[in-house]
Ligand binder design. Sequence first.
Ligand code: TXA
Ligand code: MG
Length: 355
Amino acid sequence: MRAEIIKVDPKSPQREIMEKAGRILRGGGLVAFPTETVYGLGGDGLNPESSGKIYRAKGRPSDNPLIVHIGSLRDLPKLAEQVPDGALRLARRFWPGPLTMIFPKTRTVPYETTGGLESVAVRMPSHPVALELIRAAGGFVAAPSANRSGRPSPTLAAHVAEDLGEEIELILDGGMVGIGLESTIVDFTQAPPAILRPGYISREMLAACIGQVELDPGIDRPGTRPPKAPGMRYRHYAPQAPLTIVEGEQAHVADYLNDLARRERQRGRQVGILASDETAGLYQYGLVKRVGSRETDGDIALHLYQVLREFDQEQVSCIYSESFYTRQMGQAIMNRLLKAAGYRVIQVSQSSNKL
Ligand code: TXA
Ligand code: MG
């Protein structure tokens, strides 16, 4: 199968295209579609066979549960056995939007969709194409990110075609996504609720709405406690060339990497450097890619996966990245970057940069 790629108006998706996509989903097929976070690979969330197809298409372990996407709060009780007040408040404040919440599941939700768990992850996306697709499909669209398992999530339809073009029937091309990192996941099967995956909706934004919110201790520290979201446990995207994060004052990081990249070049090897708009000019050697401006951290989140994909196309022996603890999305950006780096971080100080 070679996926058909159809361009769709991201603001007001054409009805005939959405009906066609809806028919495929209702018939048990798969459709990739844009959301405001990343592209999703959709199947009918209440059809166990569709969920099976999603796992096979992605090459994803079938104990890693899927998020069910809904288009109306009225549909939540069909999936969730209990919805605590706090969750309802978050839904009213942030849905439709980049927030996923986990509840005890009803019998309606097949175990194939939840990876065998008694809980279900639910999200109401805000992207008009996603909302129209959910409506056309009958209300419940299971969708993981539309990448091959172990690759960065897709932020463009071309990334989906690269990874899954041979596996699925249809890719809806709504242009570039808006956020670029996956939704924030909050687990409401425990009290107080806990963030299982950081995203655009920050801990502060959640706490301002419902008070106490914990951070799952397994998120950013490997080897302490296993993370609660099964997907956060799997080895995530790792670039073909080993990636290391370098932290310290900007000038020290630049000195360190200039030295290192120059020496690698003498040995006939090219180093990849992932930098921001503000710092890219500090590097004299190596292949420098800028991910965006530190002033608008949304920019860095939006381009991170794309730049990581680009590095995989290049002949670099290793990649070094600055760290991006930016104001709003810093936690989410660093969570994904640390995973991609296998948690390798070098701290440089003035004294250690003279190699
Ligand atoms: O932004 C997003 O959330 C995107 C778009 C397409 O909506 N979707 C997405 O799905 O990122 P996926 O499958 O790539 O990531 C879902 C994460 C996985 O880490 C999975 O283990 C976790 O959510 N998850 C799903 N259901 C869960 C559950 N019942 N309990 C704990 N973790 C769950
Ligand atoms: Mg994913």
